[in-house]
Design a protein around this ligand. Sequence first.
Ligand code: IFM
Length: 460
Amino acid sequence: MTLPASTASPHRFPPDFVWGVATSAFQIEGAATEDGKGASIWDSFCRVPGAIADASNGDVACDHYHRWREDLDLIASLGVDAYRFSVSWPRVRPGGSGAWNDKGLAFYDRLVDGLLARGIKPYLTLNHWDLPAELQAHGGWAHRDTAHRFVEYAQGIAARLGDRVVTITTHNEPWVMAVLGHETGIFAPGVKDRATAAQAAHHLLLSHGLALQALRAQGCKSRLGIVLNLSPVQPATDNESDRAAARLEDGKLLRWYMDPLFKAAYPADVLEHLGADAPPVRPGDMAAIAAPMDFLGVNYYSRAVVSAAGPWDATTSGRPITDMGWEVYPEGLTELLLRLHRDYAVPPLYVTENGGAFKDVFDSGRVDDRDRTEYIATHIAAVGEALRQGVPMAGYMVWSLLDNFEWASGYAKRFGIVHVDYQTQRRTPKDSALWYREFLKSQNALRGATRTGATSFQGG
Ligand code: IFM
């Protein structure tokens, strides 16, 4: 296979660096009503006319609930160390509280055991957005009680799977759930209210901290953390108005989550900006949120460029643009990781999601997706550069293993390194998957050399 010239990474990674692929439950599992699964807010949201671009839903998705063995074989064939997946809360506890669903729990038992049998480390996420619909009927994340229901859910999952999963992530991308779900309303549950969004954000963070305390108290051995979607935020020009707008955006996207998690306080400028819409914080909340973490996951796709005059047009940058309209900007990942390391006392960092949606062409059983390969390779190099500059990087995971349900975009946007034919459910590794496999082979060869002392693994 001929690879783009820029795919040769100049960096060497430590032998214990974790390479993986990632998915989430709602995006791939399907089996929406099978074996006692309850409805999630995304099951409901997909029924709202106009909410999903192609009017699709997660009823079948990639049918992973039935095809998990084949999918685990696929993951193993890539040669990755780890698989990041999420548990569907309404599958294991259909109403969000009350009775547990043993058939749902048994599915994740099989999945975790299947991973371990193939030598792949399970990285589990508790909440990748599919809140049980019944909890939404009681106010969802805007209601403080949901934080306590989440702690019970976390405890139940840790009791069942914590002996076998390497990490437990509480939430995936709280900004997305709070802002896109409750302020702009373009994601489930479709609420459009800034004060509600701020409450949801606070309860997500609070539930994270309370869950960490509870899991540690019950002796959970898995490493515990959270995953944030982060970007460096840059002003469109050097004008004071653009710089001020970028500073506030950085506060809303990054510091609103990083400051409470690592400094036990919300950023003063964002609190002032929210005014009466700021969330009600009770004594003890901030200390709970700042519970020490074993790792932090960072999902990175692009930088954010902010102009006080209105939305910035990514096509003006001259860089490649993905099918999501996102600018390809790998050096932003290095910049972001360096900043996290500089401004916060971060634990080991993983890039828990990184990848691109591109307009793939499936031709004679092959997808020549060199744009995706180039995207992944240049971002891996950006991680290598952060490592070289001293950032405690622990791993990198491609988003995503499979083409899947891309939320409000439906199935039209394809992020997979493995193509899915949704008519037949046939999986075909794209050229990017073949490249990743070869890349991991070379990493493994270097690991072997290190073990025999033949190679030094210093960055650069
Ligand atoms: O598909 C999503 C994923 O669920 C969360 N992070 C961003 C991805 C691409 O939009």
